[in-house]
Design a protein around this ligand. Structure first.
Ligand code: IFM
Length: 449
């Protein structure tokens, strides 16, 4: 027995939280963050290719040109996933790999790639959970019509969804339209720190509406095409805690929660935008849009990392950070997952939930073939306990996906931040299971015993 195996074996014995035997256990990735082969196999450029190649946008000038080279290594990567004992894998499709311009001609080589990927997963007994849009909009749509600012992009997205649904809808375990539309709208179009790099509130509002419209149109198109897979969306969510008892902090927390969580939940589940956001409505809402957006969901994906800490003072009252922070500087606050899930369960009538992302960045290094990542292990265990508590309180959660399978291109942070269960040496593309992966592998197995 190696030292690493001993670590995982001893840790498992002290972690006694159990989940239903039908609970799905998985790992997650996204196309631009792992695939590489940016200009191969007929792939067209996406807004993240253009953005990351612009000087000053990404730490160290990193790009997704090569990333984890998953496009070429997908078979051994699927073996790696299988070795973790998980039963589910969440991946995303690069729209510009299957339709280089985002409209018009399809790229058969790209379609074949995902066709083989899905078959490869099924052959290994792993259920594919597919996401259609994880931020990598075809650059041609940005050039032609300013991307998501144009209503037409929502219709192009629905066409793409229908095509992927027809191709893979009878083999995948689920299809999510968007991953984290808040990020696209706010980080990409208000703060300008993600692609396409705009800084304008009315643009952000228009983009968020067109993303939601595209989601609704995509669900309609896939259902009209008879797609069998359960259909849903993935939203990043956090509860908001006022820093003090002051009215100002309480109001700020309410506003932050309305902008972050309710802005997406209310159109989808209540056919309206929320109040108390301190924002005007988007100026591009047309008659019937809210009905289109509020299509019934078969599942809801929730990505949870940390809470929102709302302090209105200058300088702000700092978050307590009593359980530490990740390498991203994000507070470890496991209880927030319970609070969040109980809150949305109370406020909306929800379909089954999957935790589609939850993970921890740590500055991992390989020493003698091992990666000791105690911070990640503690984060995972505390969040699984918090998840179990929400389930015990009545929230219907059906699965958990760790973010991420392996270290990858962490957007504006480039390769400097490592979220993986598996360490990637980008110079050699060598994959090394971290101690957290060894633990997760045993933990998942123990849940089925
Ligand atoms: O890496 C990202 C992922 O693409 C979307 N959710 C958050 C992760 C960590 O920042």
């Amino acid at each position: 027995m190696t030292a690493a195996m001993r670590t995982s074996a001893s840790v498992i014995s002290t972690f006694d939280t159990t989940f239903p035997v039908t609970f799905r256990w998985g790992v997650a990735t996204s196309a631009y963050q792992i695939e590489g082969a940016a200009a191969q196999g007929g792939r067209g450029p996406s807004i993240w290719d253009a953005f990351s190649h612009r000087p000053g946008t990404v730490v160290n000038g990193d790009t997704g040109d090569v990333a984890c080279d998953h496009y070429h290594r997908w078979e051994s990567d699927l073996d790696l996933i299988q070795s973790l004992n998980v039963d589910s894998y969440r991946f995303s499709v690069s729209w510009s790999r299957v339709q280089p311009q985002g409209y018009g001609a399809w790229n058969q080589t790209g379609l074949d790639f995902y066709d083989r990927l899905v078959d490869g997963l099924l052959a290994r007994g792993i259920s594919p959970f597919m996401t259609l849009f994880h931020w990598d909009l075809p650059q041609a749509l940005q050039d032609k019509q300013e991307g998501w600012e144009a209503r037409d992009t929502a219709y192009r997205f629905a066409e793409y969804a229908e095509r992927m649904g027809r191709l893979l809808g009878d083999r995948v375990a689920s299809i999510a339209t968007h991953n984290e539309p808040w990020v696209v709208a706010v980080l990409g179009n208000e703060q300008g720190i993600f692609a396409p790099g705009k800084k304008d509130v009315p643009t952000m509002l228009r983009v968020s509406h067109n993303l939601l419209l595209g989601h609704g149109l995509a669900l309609q198109a896939m259902r009209a095409a008879g797609v069998k897979a359960p259909l849903g969306i993935v939203l990043n969510q956090s509860p908001a805690t006022p820093a003090t008892e002051s009215e100002a902090d309480k109001q700020l927390a309410e506003q932050e929660y309305a902008r972050f969580v309710r802005w997406y939940m209310e159109p989808i589940f209540c056919k309206r935008y929320p109040d108390k956001t301190g924002r005007p409505l988007p100026d591009n809402i047309e008659a019937g849009d809210m009905d289109t957006i509020a299509q019934p969901l078969d599942f809801l994906g929730i990505n949870y990392y940390t809470r929102i800490w709302a302090s209105s003072s200058t300088p702000p009252v700092p978050a307590p950070n009593k359980d530490g922070v990740s390498d991203m500087g994000w507070e470890n606050y496991a209880q927030g997952l319970t609070e969040l899930l109980q809150g949305i369960h109370r406020d909306y009538t929800l379909p089954p939930i999957y935790i589609t992302e939850n993970g921890f960045a740590e500055a991992d290094t390989v020493a003698h073939g091992h990666v000791n990542d105690p911070g990640r292990l503690a984060y995972m265990q505390s969040h699984l306990r918090a998840l179990r508590a929400a389930m015990a309180a009545g929230v219907d959660v059906r699965g958990f996906f760790y973010w991420s399978l392996m270290d990858n291109f962490e957007w504006a942070s480039g390769y400097a931040k490592r979220f993986g269960l598996v360490h990637v040496d980008y110079a050699t593309q060598q994959r090394t299971l971290k101690n957290s992966a060894l633990w997760y592998r045993e933990f998942v197995k123990s849940q089925r015993a």
